[in-house]
Design a protein around this ligand. Sequence first.
Ligand SMILES: [Zn+2]
Length: 307
Amino acid sequence: MGKRVLCCYGIDLDAVSGWLNTITGTPQNPTDLSRGIFGATVGTNRVLTLLSKYNIHATWFVPAHTAESFPGQIHKIVDAGHEIGLHGYTHEFVSSLSVEQQRDVLGKSMEVLKGFTGGKGVKGWTAPAWKTGREVVRVLEEFGVEYDHSFMHHDSQPYYLPDPAQTDYIETNVEKPASHWMKPMTALKPSSIVEIPANWHLDDWPPFQLSLSQPSTHGYVDTHVIERLWKEQFEYLYRECPEDGGSFVFPISIHPQVSGKPQVLLMHERLIEWINGHEGVEWVTFERVCREFKEGRLEGVVVEGGV
Ligand SMILES: [Zn+2]
């Protein structure tokens, strides 16, 4: 038995929703909204063609606003055999929502997405912008979500997600005596949610998306630079993975409004063909990783920390 590599494309179909999430309700720039429409239409069509060319089934994390605004596109994605996962309603940042608002958004999004999956249900969630909150795991468990793709305790192994609400961290607060905050964190406690880790260094948005309102984005990075960065991550993990029954996951996060651009599509083609030159590679959905991990067919790791 050789090594196994489970590669996944997580596709955030933010479309217009990401640009509508101005947090304060201030008006959005219609030109930015048009970039979202490009993503939901032209970008999505091109990414579907790319995946079909290489016979890859991916996981599309779809804000319910996108699903309700572009229903024909979501049907097309489902009909092509891809998985649909949760990603907020208008890409709201969980970190700015009350627990009640988190419940309302998750409940509504789940109801909307279930309408597209023909009774198959929705198993996974990724936090918009990977901004989470202390109560997030409790809310996901309440709604029966099985896996998450927002945390970064590891970069290439699945694990049971520690519940942030069950670990105490004390923020540095210089208004108080130093003895107040000089305390270690308490022990991490795993939840029932499977984590398939997120990784900013396997994401197309920061290098390839120009956004004048987001200082972390660039937009003009040479695709060959990012191709090398992604390949080097794969190369190291592949080299270090034990030959006899070792495994790792390689979750890539992309957005049709970014990866649907010609120069980025060509990068994906080169990357997929290079990855496919390795023994033991399988392209799978996130749901498949979750299922294999829960059934003990994928080893994963246990995340430890705190006292
Ligand atoms: Zn997103």
